[in-house]
Ligand binder design. Structure first.
Ligand SMILES: Cc1ncc(COP(=O)(O)O)c(C=O)c1O
Length: 418
């Protein structure tokens, strides 16, 4: 059993590095990622999906830092992007354009042009009008655009409503009842080449059953399309596998991969997956310092220097991440709400946590590698944290801490005429 966290002399280590020394060197709040664990998670998928018949496209939105993309590009990952910003990041980090899938429910004309210019693998199309727009732009450029149609299989992923995407009343994908007509239309358009079918039923899913259910629906649909002489080369089942502690995550990735490949054994279509959080989630932490402890009424609060602007997920959809002490102290463990400095009651990182905390103590929010920094903002004019990557126990700054100059970079004072 390996463990990304270790305690030595009562000090917390992450991927072989003592966290209190990182705080001393780089300050807090600070995101810290493990290159080794990102690679291990990716390789877990690669090992257990069958050799030829799969394609892994890391969902860039989970953590788009260019160094993270570079690591994944180096080990052969494909990428799932949702904007030209993400597409540019992948290209900048050395990703292969032929391994890029462009998802997203509202691609702009300029997103589509950028994707076509870059000669990406395909667009995952989410409506008839998007399909027509892609065809028109491709025609103007005298090229063929490769596409998949993202359908909405109406499968309940049993997850938080804000991260469920595959139910019939969600905004994503094409209604199954209309999908056949859209494939027919696509097959008749002059500048469209149909590659596949796609779906993404939601995120933070721990049960493999909903993935299997959506795969069955898609395979059945693909077989029906054959009767209309529409033959697909891939089936993309999206991302969404939840992130777990290191070894359990590996077991989950293995079980997911083997089950999915088994369910579609004998099929000719390539299976594409778009995992995000299960690759980077447990490979990152948010290190923060306790500014104050106080008791209001019945509640104990630890007010830390990271807020909802740095890590939004608890406020946005009640995500619960483990919070660990970093260094020993002599305080009594009490039940605390760990809250940030932002002027919102929704600004909390964890509720009802039993921890021994004193002013000045460092705390570590676990599993913060996915949808952490990428969702951060400058709300309350707070500078966003630095990001550090651990490569074989050495520390690399992969994003500098923001400064006041960064905050006002694009703002302008007006000129007053006296
Ligand atoms: C289309 C698509 N693919 C993949 C993902 C990645 O999901 P996860 O990070 O839960 O694996 C998302 C997440 O929102 C998505 O919308």
């Amino acid at each position: 059993m390996s463990n990304i966290f270790e305690i030595k002399d009562k000090e917390l280590f992450f991927d072989g590095v003592q966290l209190s020394t990182v705080a001393k060197k780089f300050g807090t709040p600070c995101y810290i990622y493990s290159k080794n664990l990102i690679e291990k998670n990716f390789n877990g998928y690669r090992e257990h999906l069958s050799s030829e018949n799969h394609f892994i496209c890391y969902a860039v939105k989970a953590n788009p830092n260019v160094a993270i993309l570079q690591i994944l590009a180096k080990i052969g990952s494909g990428f799932d992007v949702t904007s030209q910003g993400e597409l540019n990041r992948v290209l900048y980090a050395g990703g292969d354009p032929k391994k890029i899938i462009f998802s997203g429910v509202g691609k702009s004309e300029s997103d589509i042009k950028k994707g076509l210019d870059a000669k990406i693998k395909c667009f995952n199309v989410e409506s008839k009008y998007e399909l027509l727009l892609i065809n028109r732009i491709a025609k103007t450029n005298d090229i063929k655009a490769s596409i998949s149609i993202r359908v909405n299989p109406n499968v309940d992923a049993n997850t938080h409503p804000y991260i469920a995407t595959g139910l019939k009343n969600d905004k994503f994908g094409v209604d199954m009842r209309e999908a056949h007509g859209i494939f027919k239309l696509a097959s008749e358009l002059s500048n469209i080449e149909i590659m596949g079918i796609a779906c993404h039923i939601g995120s933070q899913i721990y049960d493999i059953a909903p993935f299997r259910e959506s795969l069955q629906i898609l395979m059945h649909f693909v077989d029906k399309l054959k009767l209309d002489n529409i033959h697909l080369s891939h089936i993309d089942i999206g991302g969404g596998l939840g992130t777990l502690k290191e070894d359990t995550n590996q077991t989950n990735i293995k079980e997911f991969s083997k089950t999915i490949m088994n369910d579609c054994s004998g099929r000719t279509e390539k299976i594409i997956i778009e995992p995000g959080r299960s690759i980077v989630g447990n490979a990152g932490v948010l290190l923060m310092k306790t500014e104050y402890v106080k008791t209001n009424g019945e509640k104990n609060f630890a007010i830390v220097d990271a807020g909802m602007n740095d890590y939004l997920r608890p406020a946005l959809y009640q995500a619960e991440m483990e919070i660990k002490s970093v260094s020993p102290n002599s305080a009594q463990a009490k039940i605390y709400d760990i809250v940030g400095p932002v002027c919102e009651s929704g600004d909390f990182l964890g509720k009802d946590r039993q921890l021994p905390i004193e002013t000045g103590d460092l705390l570590c929010l676990c599993d913060a590698g996915a949808y952490g920094f990428t969702m951060s903002s400058n709300y309350n004019s707070r500078c966003r944290p630095t990001e550090i990557l651990i490569v074989d126990e050495s520390l690399h700054v992969i994003r500098e801490r923001e400064t006041f100059e960064d905050l006002i970079k694009n703002e302008k004072l007006i000129e007053y005429i006296n």
